[in-house]
Design a protein around this ligand. Structure first.
Ligand code: SF4
Ligand code: SF4
Ligand code: SF4
Length: 191
């Protein structure tokens, strides 16, 4: 590849990441909590810390809702846009394509899109995601760890006692202020 081509591709990746980052902010920001009135105790909601989560799978099975209020989200600025994605492909995938036998997600909730040789973008269709954490485990073990779980506040009923928090073996659940209801990874997590 010539230097010119390489520069073009790198700058396209940067541009892509910037755009997707903004989209991710909008998507999660759109369901952010309500600001507490001055002088009042802030309202608290449940959230899980992605750095504590061990991807045990109980987020999918213990929530009082079916499917779970926990969904996979993607820190695009951390993603390597890999052709072989530890979160998308089975570890023993015969081919690095979209065939059902090569995919890891049990509900086909991850959409793979070719961007530019050799880069692929992975987005989550939340309506299909059951929060099973299989992709998170794969991405954490064999990739950059850009896929992670979050309680989605457009679904969560904010139960007084969260059934997942009780079951979580990693103690990853806690109450956070409703005005900052997500624990982000990547650039958003540093803000
Ligand atoms: S129950 Fe805890 S450790 Fe298990 S997937 Fe959920 S947050 Fe992660
Ligand atoms: S593997 Fe599980 S957590 Fe990941 S997108 Fe599919 S259903 Fe959601
Ligand atoms: S608070 Fe209730 S609805 Fe929300 S994640 Fe926990 S069990 Fe599910």
């Amino acid at each position: 590849m010539s230097d010119g081509n390489r520069k073009t591709r790198v700058s396209r990746r940067k541009l892509l990441r910037g755009g997707l980052g903004a989209a991710a902010v909008a998507a999660l920001g759109g369901v952010a909590g309500i600001l507490a009135p001055r002088g009042r105790t802030p309202r608290m909601v449940w959230q899980l810390d992605p750095l504590k989560c061990t991807q045990c799978g109980q987020c999918a099975t213990k929530c009082v809702l079916t499917p779970s209020a926990v969904k996979c989200v993607h820190a695009f600025d951390v993603c390597g846009y890999c052709e072989l994605c530890g979160g998308y492909h089975q570890p023993n995938a015969k081919n690095l394509d979209t065939a059902a036998e090569n995919r890891l997600c049990p509900t086909n909730a991850i959409v793979r899109r070719f961007v530019d040789d050799p880069y692929y973008e992975y987005t989550i269709d939340e309506s299909l995601c059951i929060g099973c954490a299989k992709c998170v485990k794969g991405c954490t073990s064999f990739g950059n760890g850009s896929l992670y779980l979050q309680v989605r506040h457009d679904r969560c009923m904010n139960c007084n006692e969260c059934a997942i928090a009780k079951a979580c073996p990693a103690n990853a659940f806690s109450r956070v202020p409703a005005e900052t209801p997500y624990i982000f990874k990547g650039e958003l997590g540093r803000k």
